[in-house]
Design a protein around this ligand. Structure first.
Ligand SMILES: Cc1cc2nc3c(=O)[nH]c(=O)nc-3n(C[C@H](O)[C@H](O)[C@H](O)COP(=O)(O)OP(=O)(O)OC[C@H]3O[C@@H](n4cnc5c(N)ncnc54)[C@H](O)[C@@H]3O)c2cc1C
Length: 299
């Protein structure tokens, strides 16, 4: 049944039995039955209708920088909106962009046009789509403060434009984490600033990251959401977990808020490490740590 998709899309947009570890910043994840690399919106719509008509599960991802894919991989189709679909248009203080563009690339385009607001995105490796789903943020900003509206395809194939207030943003939270829509593009509003100052701020953020984060090792960024009243890094340090390792998954010895892959970590290693940390945090601080990273696929 899966090979039928070749009747709808050219073979250079399809990868069969593709290892998800080649498409996640964690470098972890088993095979997906079919990976689709859409070239345009029409491809996205084609895949949605192909999957819907055959009841094939469809998973969407961008850069895979907030993902832990289990070792058994993903059944059905995984569509990657991270490499193509990257057109951008700047109109005054507004930016219209497709979901696949990297948010850090968008930040640089904004800086080039002396537009301020996206500086925080320097160094966030995700796509615009993924950044909206996660309401990505850092330092002094997050996506919620910039987005005017987003165009998305529903699971039944219809197009809907979501206004900012309809996106139910919260801390690393949006409606797209549960409504099954695929974000295709978005319109952002920035403010005019001074190009040099914008670029200086971006450089400063990049330096801070370099100094504090384990950027030399595969990871998916912060493992846990920040619980009210605590910072995860210091909490894990106090628990003596900095550097603690299960298999090749390790609580980073540079920043305890990150789990890193020391080479051959499996998703099982990471999940066991997460469970161990959660147990320790509960016992000592009575805090229920919730993963920020999205865990998908089967064991
Ligand atoms: C070194 C490092 C540093 C990081 N720093 C930060 C940080 O400072 N702040 C921060 O917030 N995050 C940070 N992250 C996490 C991550 O980069 C962000 O969450 C990013 O927004 C995820 O985008 P992505 O394209 O990689 O999404 P993916 O990981 O591919 O997907 C994330 C979720 O979004 C869904 N999704 C992705 N694209 C779409 C779409 N077009 N339509 C519908 N659903 C979609 C997926 O199904 C999944 O549930 C960091 C990660 C790393 C590795």
């Amino acid at each position: 049944m899966y090979s039928e998709i070749l009747n709808y899309l050219p073979s250079d947009r399809l990868l069969f039995n593709e290892e998800m570890q080649n498409h996640t910043t964690f470098k972890i994840g088993g095979p997906v039955d079919i990976m689709v690399l859409p070239q345009d919106e029409e491809d996205v719509a084609t895949v949605v209708s192909f999957c819907r008509q055959r009841d094939i599960p469809l998973f969407i991802f961008g850069v895979g920088s907030n993902l832990l894919v289990r070792d058994g991989g993903i059944r059905g189709v995984a569509m990657k909106l991270g490499e193509n679909l990257d057109e951008v248009e700047v109109n005054g203080e507004e930016i219209q962009a497709q979901a696949g563009i990297k948010i850090s690339a968008l930040a640089r385009i904004a800086a080039f046009h002396s537009l301020s607001g996206l500086e925080f995105a320097e160094g966030i490796p995700g796509s615009l789509g993924g950044a909206l789903v996660m309401n990505a943020g850092a330092y002094d900003g997050e996506m919620q403060g910039l987005v005017i509206e987003a165009r998305a395809i529903s699971p039944d194939g219809s197009i809907k434009t979501f206004k900012n207030e309809e996106m139910q943003f919260g801390y690393r939270q949006s409606i797209f984490q549960s409504n099954g829509y695929i974000i295709i593009s978005a319109r952002l509003k920035l403010v005019t600033g001074n190009r040099e100052e914008i670029e200086e701020r971006m450089l400063e953020f990049a330096c801070r990251r370099e100094e504090k984060q384990p950027l030399d090792k595969p990871s998916a960024g912060s493992t846990f959401r920040r619980p009210p009243g605590f910072y995860v890094g210091p909490m894990l340090e106090e628990l003596g977990l900095k550097g603690y390792q299960i298999g090749d998954a390790q609580v980073s010895s540079k920043h305890a808020g990150f789990i890193v892959n020391n080479g051959n970590a499996t998703a099982r290693d990471v999940l066991n490490l997460i469970a161990y940390i959660q147990q320790k945090a509960r016992e000592r601080f009575g805090v229920d740590l919730q993963p920020e990273i999205r865990v998908v696929g089967e064991d």
